[in-house]
Design a protein around this ligand. Sequence first.
Ligand SMILES: Cc1cc2nc3c(=O)[nH]c(=O)nc-3n(C[C@H](O)[C@H](O)[C@H](O)COP(=O)(O)OP(=O)(O)OC[C@H]3O[C@@H](n4cnc5c(N)ncnc54)[C@H](O)[C@@H]3O)c2cc1C
Length: 43
Amino acid sequence: MGIQGVYAAGDVTEGLFQVVFAAAEGARAGINACKYLRKTKKE
Ligand SMILES: Cc1cc2nc3c(=O)[nH]c(=O)nc-3n(C[C@H](O)[C@H](O)[C@H](O)COP(=O)(O)OP(=O)(O)OC[C@H]3O[C@@H](n4cnc5c(N)ncnc54)[C@H](O)[C@@H]3O)c2cc1C
């Protein structure tokens, strides 16, 4: 559940408030944002 095309990571996501989780979520958010943009470009 979320807003299409909006990605977040780290403390703002109410995670575990640990650097390692913020970095992992940041990487995942970046990858998913790229996928979203590629898909949007094709449509
Ligand atoms: C005192 C303290 C000790 C901690 N100790 C540990 C620890 O030992 N180990 C651990 O794993 N975690 C620790 N943490 C938690 C860890 O710091 C955070 O989980 C982590 O930094 C989250 O990263 P983030 O990128 O989500 O947020 P942040 O690191 O807070 O980065 C957010 C950035 O956004 C910037 N920003 C805010 N508003 C705006 C705006 N409007 N425009 C532009 N920029 C903006 C801020 O200036 C900041 O640089 C500690 C936290 C605190 C407060």
